[in-house]
Design a binder for this molecule. Structure first.
Ligand code: PEP
Ligand code: MN
Length: 338
């Protein structure tokens, strides 16, 4: 449930309600909006009765939340979550484009790509050092050497970095380098991993699982939030359907739906959603038109020799063209892109 306080509720009245909730063994989450304060009750609150709180001074209304996610829900936190990553604002009116190779392959490949995406206007650099490959015989990533190269590319370009972490044991190591943890689609329901990143204060991008419903996805976000890490980005990257002509099916509906259901920033990944470079630009535009806060896109200077995901990687020139198109599209949906 949420307890909506009156417009002029005092700090003491809010404090009394919070302690009443805590007396019953629940945690609270406070959302201090411009108009009023909302006190969210965290946990299975079915045993509580509305009237236990309705009669307390300063309380306007007690509302039952039927959805199982709480901290992730817009009812708990009506205003958009906006946060800063090394000077880049995530979730604000300015769109954020993260770009770079699927995998860090070499120093020259990464630095060349990083400079090119920065030149085109990307504001963050992506690159996997640990790759969740479908085959154990495929390139698995450079590991810590890849993290070192990402840090070097960040120093050289000023772009903050995002990279995937695949296991709870690796969270400390990856966290020493990255500005955002990427949780890959295959790990959306790896609850031990979600709990581990939830214990950090490093932002997390949670990609949608191949078979994850929007509700399951938000429950996964809830694992991270309930650890106290509120800097979570959701990324729609396509889901598995009967259609095999494309790698995945971009669930465009999920974007405006998430904007209703949650306050968390929503991104889209047109590269994994389509699997074909020719479809990446139109899918990217659709994602922005649907109301997303940003994109994560694979770019490779020589896709034909890429060690992973070459078929869906844009060459830098094509990425630059897409950025120009997005600059024209952004104002039509109330956004900016510099
Ligand atoms: C990736 O970003 O390279 C990746 C593996 O993505 P996903 O987890 O969405 O498949
Ligand atoms: Mn990839």
């Amino acid at each position: 449930m949420i307890i909506v306080m009156k417009h002029r509720a005092t700090a003491a009245e809010i404090g009394t309600v919070v302690s009443q909730v805590e007396v019953h063994g629940y945690k609270t989450h406070l959302s201090q909006g411009t108009e009023r304060t909302i006190i969210g009750v965290v946990g299975d609150d079915r045993p509580l009765e509305n009237h236990q709180f309705e009669l307390l001074p300063g309380v306007e209304q007690v509302v039952r939340i039927l959805k199982p996610f709480k901290l992730a829900s817009r009812d708990f936190h009506p205003e958009n979550t906006i946060f800063d990553v090394r000077g880049v604002t995530i979730g604000g009116p300015e769109l954020v484009v993260m770009a770079g190779p699927c995998a860090v392959e070499s120093r020259s490949q990464l630095l060349e790509t990083a400079h090119a995406v920065k030149e085109a206007g990307a504001t963050m650099l992506r690159g996997g050092a640990y790759k969740p490959r479908s085959s154990p015989y495929s390139f698995q990533g450079l590991g810590e050497d890849g993290l070192e190269l990402l840090a070097e590319a960040r120093d050289a370009t000023g772009l903050p970095i995002i990279t995937e972490v695949m296991s709870p044991e690796a969270v400390a190591l990856v966290g020493r380098y990255t500005d955002i943890f990427q949780i890959g689609a295959r790990n959306m329901q790896n609850y031990a991993l979600l709990q581990a990143v939830g214990q950090t204060r490093t932002p997390v991008m949670l990609k949608r699982g191949l078979m994850g419903t929007v509700q399951e996805w938000l429950m996964s976000a809830e694992y991270i939030l309930s650890g106290g890490n509120y800097q979570v980005i959701l990324c729609e990257r396509g889901i598995r359907t009967f259609e095999t002509a494309t790698r995945n099916t971009l669930d465009i509906n999920a974007i405006p739906l998430l904007k209703q259901w949650t306050h968390l920033p929503v991104f889209g990944d047109p590269s994994h959603a389509t699997g074909k470079w020719e479809l990446v630009a139109p899918a990217a535009k659709a994602i922005i038109a649907a109301g997303a806060d940003g994109l994560i896109i694979e770019v490779h200077p020589h896709p034909e020799v890429a060690l992973s995901d070459g078929a869906q990687s844009l060459k830098p020139e094509r990425f630059a063209e897409l950025m120009n198109d997005l600059r024209r599209l952004a104002p039509a949906v109330g956004r900016t892109l510099s």
